[in-house]
Each structure stands twice: as C-alpha cells, then as structure tokens.
Design a protein around this ligand. Structure first.
Ligand SMILES: [Zn+2]
Length: 465
C-alpha cells in the first residue's frame, strides 16, 4: 500500500493507472493523518459545538436576534479553538417575519390543518383566504393547467417526497415549494398549499423558501403536514367541492434591510498561506427547531476539523479556511456575496467541501477536480476505505449548497455523501433539534473532513489540473 518506489512526481502520476495509487503523503505525513483520524474519532468537540450553538443561540433566522448572536458565537468559538485569523464579511438580505398561521378545511368535513408558512410568503390579510381546492398530483400537472382556470381557488399539490439514502427524492419534490406559488398565481389562484417536502409522518409541517416571479403576483404559500395532506386527499375522494381557509400574517418589509455576515476563520498555511482549502457550512437556519441538523452539524464539524489540525506542531502547508455562510436558507445569499466580493474569481481556493446534508455516516466520496489530480484523490481514498467510504468515479461533483456557487465559479470540489435517509424527516421542522444528531456518525464524519483538509492542505496537489 505505501510503496515508496511509487512515490513519484504528480505529473507522472497522471499517466499511470489509477489502480496503482501512489503515496502522496510521506511516511511522517501518513502517521500524522492517521493520528488526526484517531483524534477526531474520539473527540466530542463537534457535538459539543452543536450543543453550545443550539442551547446558547437557538434558531438563526436571517435578521433575527439568534442570527446576530450566532455571528458573535462563531467568532468567539473560532478564536478559542485556535484559528489564526477570524473575520466577518457583511451580507445584507430581506428580513421576513413568519407571523401566525391558521389553516382548516371548511367543507365538506371541517378539520383543523397543521400548516406552516413557506419562507418569504406574503400574508393573507386579516380575513384570510377562502377558496375551493384545486388539486394537482404534481407540480408539472399544475404547470399544465390552463390560464385563468384557477381563479379564486386554493391550489393543493399533494406529491409526496420519496425517501432515499442520497436524498434524491428532494429534487423532484421541491419544485412545488419553490415555484408552485408563482405558477399558481399566473393561473389565477388566490393561495397555494403543498404537502410538506419531507419523508416523515409527523403532524408537523416543513417550511422552506418560496420564490415569486419578479413583477408577478405574490400569493400566500404554506405547506401542510403529511398526515393532513392524506386527510385532505380523502376529502377530495369524496367531494369535488372541498373548501379551504388559510390565514397567514407573514410579511416582509423591503425597506428594512437585515444585516448579517459570513463568518470566516483560517488556519494559516506554513508554506502557501494564500492557497486555501475551504470548508463550508451555513450558520443561519429556519426559525423552527434549533437548526441542529440544518446546519448545526456542518458548523460543528468544520470548526472541530480546524481545531484538530491546529493542534499539530507544524501547520499544514496551505491555509484551511472555514466559511460559515449567512442567509443560505433564503437563497444562498451569503455565498453569492462571497463570490461577488471576489468578482467571481476563485483563485487561491484550491479545493472546497461543504456539509449541509444528512445525519448518518459518510459512505461515498465524489470528486469534482481536474483529471490529472484524480490519482491523488484516489490515493487519499485509501485512508477512507477502512471507514467504509467508497469513491464515486464520475468526477462530476459540485460542492453542496453555498459552495455550489464557488464550484460554478471554478473551484475544484469534493462531495462527501452521508446516509441521508432520515434527514428529510426533520428538515425545516420543529423537530430539527439536538437529539437528532447522531453522535457516532458525527465523529466518523468529522474524522473524514479532518483527514481531507489535512491531505489537501499538506499535499500541495493542484486540484484544478
Ligand atoms: Zn441547510
């Protein structure tokens, strides 16, 4: 495995079989990476950070007290954890107020409905909105409806998200939440309710952002819990005239600018301080639950990763930069600001990986790097193999969430895929709390990010080649 005879320059490695992976790290570095793995596998730090964030700060809705507090919290923690440089970069966004919700079936069979406003939704006014349900199985079916066919109706999309280990059920489901309101409004609807984008059967509704067309009509948008969606379908089986009532007191004030910030911390590289291995997570959350899973886990893991590496007697050659993005939930606003501030130039950002998905253990690494550097990452993969992590060789990865914008701007990236089977049970609900964090998987995952950050920072591999 560690055949020194194969230790040749990177340029040559590109031309040998990837199966015979050469050692990129020298013997001392190999010891170091194994020691870091042990440290991370036995440390409680990631968990303790999530516990601290969710207890001392709580939810972190953009513009809220929690959002402001979390910035101070992150700065202080990073300093205490041994980051060399810590700073903030201002981000501005629109502050949205959730307000109250009331939802019910009026006829034929009156029922209270558990609902939640979608993030960014307009309100209904004090009197609420009353209308007949226009039911669609899918977002596509809604798109196919004729113009003006939905005048005065309350649209209901009942598509149920499927559970998959890699979360692939989210994509087909989430269009209803993001774009349903804009499409329904064009066809004359006065409000929209959707089945929650979630895989659970709890009587809790899942929030998440809604987008309106610029210049288009904005109609109130809410999601309802899975059991309530089932109940509504049962009513629709019995009657074509199901009457619904929705009241939302949500509102945004475009004149009030929410000031928030990306929080950035760096461990300075000992040889190439201007080359950054970047680790991302988002600091904001929705205002339901405490944002423990989304994305407290990412915050805890990235900060712990740097702390573990900061304990080494000599810092790795390249810098390791943790970016805790602001305002992810309302449309990757912090990430957009980060890229714009650098005029879209990701020079110096040698490779990046984000965490914004899953509670289970990582089982796969997917690369998105230059072809010549692939053998180096396959060499890295041998450290992950004993942890049950395989390599997806399509080399088509874009970094998750925020960092997808940095990938698009040219930053090489790696995606670590965890078991995400349970993630969408809790996602964007009151159930996103600390008890959902899988402490064992968290150690496993932190160990992988720690090894990755060390490898990328110490090896000096050019991942864009
Ligand atoms: Zn998230």
């Amino acid at each position: 495995m560690f055949n020194n005879l194969l230790k040749i320059g990177l340029f040559s490695i590109a031309f040998i079989s990837t199966a015979a992976s050469a050692d990129i790290l020298n013997a001392k570095e190999q010891k170091q990476i194994m020691a870091l793995k042990e440290t991370a596998l036995t440390s409680e730090l990631s968990y303790n950070l999530i516990e601290s964030l969710t207890t001392e700060v709580g939810h972190r809705l953009v513009g809220s007290e929690g959002d402001k507090k979390s910035i101070t919290w992150a700065l202080n923690k990073m300093k205490a954890l041994g980051f060399d440089k810590v700073w903030t970069e201002d981000v501005t966004a629109t502050y949205w107020h959730r307000g109250e919700v009331e939802a019910k079936v009026i006829a034929p069979y009156p029922h209270k409905v558990i609902a939640i406003a979608l993030g960014g939704s307009v309100g209904t006014g004090d009197k609420g909105v009353k209308g007949k349900i226009a039911h669609f199985n899918t977002f596509k079916d809604l798109e196919a409806a004729a113009d003006n066919s939905l005048n005065g109706k309350v649209v209901f999309i009942s598509y149920r998200m499927e559970r998959h280990i890699n979360g692939k059920g989210y994509g087909p489901a989430v269009a209803a939440r993001k774009n349903g309101a804009a499409v329904a409004a064009k066809k004359g609807a006065s409000a929209i309710i959707i089945r929650s984008i979630g895989t659970d059967n709890n009587r809790l509704a899942h929030t998440g952002s809604v987008r309106y067309d610029e210049g288009g009509k904005a109609i109130p948008a809410a999601s309802i819990s899975n059991p309530d969606a089932d109940m509504l379908l049962n009513q629709l089986k019995r009657s074509d005239d199901v009457e619904f009532f929705l009241k939302l007191t949500s509102h945004s004030d475009p004149k009030v600018v929410a000031k928030t910030a990306n929080v950035i911390g760096e461990l300075t590289g000992s040889e190439f301080p201007d080359e950054y291995v970047t680790l991302g997570a988002h600091l904001d959350s929705w205002d339901v639950g405490t944002g423990a899973v989304d994305d407290g886990i990412g915050v805890g893991m990235m900060m712990a990763t740097v702390h573990h590496i900061a304990q080494l007697p000599v810092k790795p050659k390249r810098s390791i930069r943790v970016i805790l993005f602001a305002a992810e939930e309302i449309g990757l606003v912090g990430a957009k600001t980060y890229v714009e501030k650098r005029n879209g130039d990701m020079a110096g950002h040698v490779i990046g990986a984000e965490w914004d998905f899953g509670v289970g253990p990582i089982y796969e690494m997917k690369t998105g790097v230059g072809k010549k550097s692939l053998p180096a990452l396959y060499d890295f993969a041998k450290y992950l193999e004993p942890l049950g992590v395989s390599v997806n060789k399509t080399n088509t990865a874009k970094a998750q969430s925020d960092m997808s914008l940095m990938s698009q701007a040219g930053m090489p990236s790696v995606n670590f895929a965890p078991d995400g089977s349970l993630y969408f049970d809790y996602h964007h609900t009151e159930n996103d709390t600390l008890d959902k964090v899988d402490a064992k998987a968290l150690k496993h995952n932190t160990a992988i990010y720690t090894m990755f950050a060390y490898f990328a920072a110490q090896s000096g591999v050019n991942f864009s080649q």
